[in-house]
Design a protein around this ligand. Structure first.
Ligand code: PEP
Ligand code: MG
Length: 589
């Protein structure tokens, strides 16, 4: 048996067996708190300045090494340089040298702790990233203050990266081609590390408590990206077992890859389109590689993050236009900004929300900050001239909100006309159905739009009252809960009756246990991460619509999640080879 087995949240499938590389940026020792005399204050302030300046010049040097096409990474470094050049950060630290007579190292520690405190209670991912970036920068400054430097130890061979957290800035410095898997303490399904891992197609497990305390550099570990298990010092039997599991999965992936272009059509000829969800423009190559029939969801938030200022209309236009042209005539569903106000860096007041998931998010934010919304809408409408773009509004909760958004859309078109800019007048408009009130209002909403896209991630979160990022309640996040299935069924029925199309773009779309039920309901499109596309198509081909409808009818009579899970499992295991269930995120063995 392995010496220790840890459990985390699997966020990217696959198996890795290899040596650990600890990304430890906390190895500098501060020592006991040190006071300085009044006459040393000036000198200490200069020393701190020097620490900042060396760090800035290292960042500039790092930026010069980044290939020109990686503009996103370059802008992260720019934003770090700006943070260091912002007098507010230095003043918060200087204060401790001048007033408390602390040495530069301790002043840095205290100043950053103050900033951290002011961010406390804000659960938003953007702010968590911001504070972790400030901490990362402070560790670099500290390294330079004590003369230890701020460089990472070099990665010579392929390794499994173990870190407390992996920020975009870390990914800039690390040669990701040498990484076999990621393991982190912090992070969720939608955090940076998870997205990078899925994009690279390597396994990742996040939320592994205290992992850095159990693993040392070069220790042999196994990462199971299906179950979230981390085996430290595995024995020979376990290694053999996992080598086999890895080989089976690789073989299976190769097979799936070969049949990726075969469409998702059931045995009795019911066609379901299988599209891909992406977060970054760069992921478009995986969309093509895995033969997705379009982009079913482009989460546009990431173009707004890690920047010093908001993107301009032209910048967004170029990004969307390139994406749409790249996909040729295939559909590209561009979702407008689904982020809280506090996710949008500079130019906005920090929002003190005690409950950000229920706060000024997504469409609510856009309706509050109309100029941000209008800029994005203009860019989308203009870009759609290049091909088959569609517009999707997130988190619509009722009719008035939708009408208000449509009014802004109308205004935007008038402005574009006045400005003499070319745009597509008839871009199809859709809404996410991801709030219970939208389900209940589906009939009225359907009259106003061209399509529905069901977001099961949020629909489950808001219907069952389960924070989707909270690992303590993740076992209660139940897609086959009768209330969820009834909500989805009702939404699909309404869409059918209204003659509009309906897709599923939440995680349920990529789950072999949910797919039969979604087919039974008559969903037109399933949109999932690019790597899962061939697997989803295969599941569809293994089923008949008739049996899916029969299964759905049985399941809908049930009032119990357990019974539903059992019924569906029986059905699926008997139909689908076990390997395919590797792709499942909810019922991992
Ligand atoms: C969803 O809520 O299911 C969804 C697809 O949107 P996101 O995961 O971006 O909130
Ligand atoms: Mg959502």
């Amino acid at each position: 048996m392995a010496k220790i087995i840890l459990q985390g949240i699997p966020v990217s499938v696959g198996i890795a067996i290899g040596k650990a590389y600890l990304l430890n940026r906390d190895h500098f020792c501060l020592g006991p708190i040190q006071n300085i005399s009044e006459d040393l204050v000036e000198e200490e302030l200069k020393r701190l300045d020097r620490g900042f300046n060396i760090t800035i010049s290292h960042l500039k040097e790092l930026k010069s090494r980044i290939p020109s096409e990686q503009t996103e990474y370059a802008s992260i470094i720019d934003s770090h340089i700006m943070m260091l050049e912002d007098p507010k950060l230095k003043n918060a630290i200087n204060k401790y040298i001048k007033e408390m007579k602390l040495n530069a190292e301790w002043a840095l520690e205290k100043g950053v702790r103050d900033i951290e405190k002011s961010f406390k209670g804000i659960e938003d991912e953007f702010f968590r990233t911001r504070i972790s970036e400030i901490k990362l920068l402070s560790r670099k400054i500290l390294g330079n203050l004590i003369g230890a430097g701020d460089e990472l130890k070099p990665i010579r061979s392929r390794v499994i990266l173990v870190a407390h957290e992996l920020t975009p800035a870390d990914t800039v410095e690390i040669d990701v081609s040498k990484i076999m898997a990621f393991v982190t303490v912090l992070g969720g399904k939608t955090s940076h590390v998870s997205i990078v891992a899925r994009t690279l197609g390597i396994p990742a497990v996040v939320g592994v408590e205290d992992v850095e305390n159990f693993i040392v550099d070069d220790q042999l570990i196994i990462v199971d990206g299906f179950t979230g298990r981390i085996l430290i010092d595995p024995d020979d039997e376990e290694i053999a077992q996992y080598i086999e599991k890895e080989a089976n999965f690789d073989k299976y992936k190769r097979e799936l890859f070969q049949e990726r272009a075969i469409p998702g059509k059931t045995k009795d000829n019911f066609s379901v389109k299988v599209m891909a969800n992406i977060e970054l423009f760069e992921e478009v190559s995986s969309v093509i590689d895995y033969a997705a029939e379009g982009i079913g969801l482009y989460r546009t938030e990431y173009s707004y993050l890690y920047r010093s200022k908001l993107p301009s209309e032209d910048e967004l236009f170029e990004e969307y236009r390139d994406l749409i042209s790249f996909m040729d005539s295939k559909p590209v569903v561009i979702r407008t900004l689904d982020a809280g106000g506090d996710k949008i860096g500079k130019g906005f007041e920090k929002l003190e929300e005690s409950n950000p998931a229920l706060g000024l998010r997504a469409i609510r934010f856009c309706l509050q900050f109309k100029s941000v919304f209008k800029t994005q809408l203009k860019a989308i409408l203009r870009a759609c001239v290049a091909g088959n773009g569609l517009l999707l509004l997130p988190m619509i909760s009722g009719l008035e909100e939708l009408k208000e958004a449509k009014l802004v859309l109308k205004e935007v078109k008038e402005e574009l006309r006045r400005e003499g800019k070319e745009f597509r007048e008839d871009v199809p408009l859709g809404i996410m159905i991801e709030i219970p009130s939208a389900v209940l209002m589906a009939e009225a909403l359907a009259k106003e739009v061209d399509f529905f896209s069901i977001g099961s991630n949020d629909l489950i979160q808001y219907s069952l009252g389960i924070d989707r990022t909270n690992k303590y309640v993740s076992h209660l996040f139940q897609p086959l809960h009768p209330a969820i299935l009834r909500s989805i069924k009702y939404t699909v029925d309404v869409a059918r009756k209204a003659g509009i199309s309906v897709s599923m773009c939440g995680e349920m779309a990529g789950d072999p246990f949910c797919i039969p039920l979604l087919i039974g309901m008559g969903v037109d499109t399933l949109s999932t991460n690019p790597h899962s596309v061939p697997g989803v198509k295969r599941v569809i081909r293994m089923l008949s619509k008739k049996e899916c409808v029969e299964l759905l009818e049985k399941v809908l009579k049930n009032n119990s999640v357990k019974e539903n899970n059992k019924l569906v499992k029986e059905k699926i295991f008997d139909k689908i080879p076990e390997e395919l269930t590797f792709y499942t995120s909810f019922f991992a063995k």
